[in-house]
Design a protein around this ligand. Structure first.
Ligand code: PLP
Length: 489
């Protein structure tokens, strides 16, 4: 190839970009050019980093050929494993037709067929699908739809506010941060955010009301009702991560809490937004977490696992009633003036259709049940470790909270980087996971095999002991050499 092109006034030979770069050069280029999300780049620049080259099933391979179990589903997205034949084929078949066409003023076949599937699978009453490309945008859209809905209803224009949970995480855009509540991530941006009303997160291990279950009789829901009652005239919607507040550290809501929130939204005339970006597509054992409590929200946000972890796609589903609130003559300007360039991207929608079809074809959820039970069993020994305060599990979402003092529940200071250090040991031993502060998060692909699950738990236990009990547990050399490369089930 003799082509050249101009960049910053310099002539570059296309040959240079074709030459396969060495692992060392790739490492160098990463540190030279990439700014990584949620990452202190000063640390990143100084440390040896893992750069992934390929994946198969539940195993990732780095540029040096070392293999790791993908214990965090490539950030909570991988469902059926990497390089899943059916999804690969669906994407390449779509690629032969068209990669992208807009949904603004046009439509495309995969977006239409996927919408039909989503409506059929979603909790009842949800009948309309608005696409975007990330969890944050799905939430942003939900907030704007809820706001505009009440504005266009006429007599309820005062309903402009939002209620959310204190430790919520709904994404990183300004609207989604406004309804978030994780100070470490959000405090800096307070001056940019719109005010929202917070209710306490049900965090039973550290109950903000100082109560214990079951004697508390869901006092947190009563406290929520007091706030909702007071704010209802000024509130458009309440937003909640159903059953599990993921990024807050896998906080599990007590049984009955979600249903109570649904009842309160109905009673006080608030729209209920369920953010199932993390919990959707099988994570909690059912397709959507809302199903556990037979709850149907007014607006549902999904992303992450929707494409099986292949391509960025999100959807915000609404009821027909909300959708109809936006209809009118053009001159009334009731249009929802919102749309992202890649909204309803055909490649991503084709991947999503294939992933959803796999749930039926492979009986993913039926097979998941016994694996969830097995995982619970394998987590039991963690509770007796000296520095494990609580083990929280809902389906395939697990949080292991590490504490400095088990008796007093005193947390490790964040500066000690205890969670990070545990996950670094895991990496050495052939497992990729990411902590949330002092909480070790396990989110393996739903397709993980029993053997891989056992291996993953063994590594995690060993790493926790090594860091929190400050002793090296045996030799670690060549621990990763024999990770099986076979596919997940
Ligand atoms: N909502 C929830 C519940 C999430 O867990 C996340 C991401 O972790 C988001 C929204 C934001 O999704 P994204 O990172 O795709 O913008």
């Amino acid at each position: 190839m003799s082509e050249t092109f101009r960049k910053d006034g310099r002539i570059l030979s296309a040959n240079r970009s074709v030459k396969r770069p060495s692992p060392r050069r790739i490492e160098h280029l990463d540190k030279k050019y990439i700014w990584h999300p949620f990452t202190q780049m000063q640390d990143w620049e100084q440390e040896r980093q893992i750069i992934i080259k390929s994946g198969k099933g539940c195993v990732l391979t780095d540029i040096h050929g070392k293999r790791y179990i993908d214990g965090v589903s490539s950030l909570w997205v991988t469902v059926h494993g990497h390089r899943k034949k059916e999804i690969d084929l669906a994407v390449s078949a779509q690629l032969r037709k068209i990669a992208h066409s807009t949904l603004l003023g046009l439509s495309n076949v995969p977006a239409i067929l996927l919408a039909e599937k989503l409506v059929a699978l979603a909790p009842r009453r949800l009948s309309r699908v608005f696409y975007s490309d990330s969890g944050s945008t799905a939430v942003e859209i939900a907030l704007k739809i809820a706001f505009q809905y009440w504005q266009q209803k006429g007599r309820l224009k005062s309903k402009t506010g939002f209620i959310s949970l204190k430790d919520a995480y709904h994404g990183d855009t300004i609207g989604s941060v406004s309804v978030g509540g994780i100070d470490l991530f959000h405090q800096m941006y307070r001056p940019l955010l719109f005010p929202t009303t917070k209710i306490e997160s049900p965090y039973c291990y550290r109950c903000p009301l100082g109560k214990t279950r079951p004697a508390c009789r869901l006092a947190c829901a009563d406290a929520a009702e007091a706030t909702i009652r007071k704010q209802s005239a000024n509130t458009a919607a309440l937003i909640i991560e159903p059953l599990v507040q993921g990024a807050a550290g896998m906080l599990l809501q007590p049984p009955g809490y979600l249903r109570k929130i649904r009842q309160l939204c109905t009673k006080y005339n608030l729209l209920m937004i369920a953010d199932e970006v993390a919990t959707g597509f099988g994570r909690t054992g059912t397709l959507f977490a809302c199903e556990h409590e037979s709850v149907a929200p007014d607006i549902l946000c999904v992303a992450k696992g929707i494409t099986g972890g292949y391509l960025p796609l999100a959807a915000t589903l609404t009821t027909e009633k909300i959708y109809r609130g936006f209809l009118g003559e053009y001159r009334e300007f009731k249009t929802f003036f919102h749309g992202h360039t890649y909204t309803g991207n055909p490649l991503a929608c084709a991947a999503a259709i294939a992933s959803i079809d796999l749930f039926t074809k492979e009986k993913t959820l039926t097979k998941l049940g016994p694996k969830i039970t097995l995982l619970s069993k394998m987590l039991e020994p963690f509770m007796v470790l000296d520095h494990v305060g609580e083990v929280r599990q809902k389906g395939f979402m697990v949080g292991i909270e590490l504490v400095r003092d088990k008796k007093t529940r005193e947390p490790y200071p964040l500066e000690a980087k205890t969670g990070i250090r545990v996950t670094l040991v895991c990496r050495e031993l052939g497992l990729i996971i990411r902590p949330l502060g002092n909480v070790i998060v396990l989110m393996p692909p739903l397709s993980i095999s029993r053997g891989e699950l056992e291996r993953m738990l063994r590594i995690v236990q060993r790493a926790i002991r090594e860091i929190t009990e400050s002793k090296s547990i045996g030799r670690r050399s060549n621990q990763t050499a024999n990770i099986p490369s076979r596919n997940c089930e």
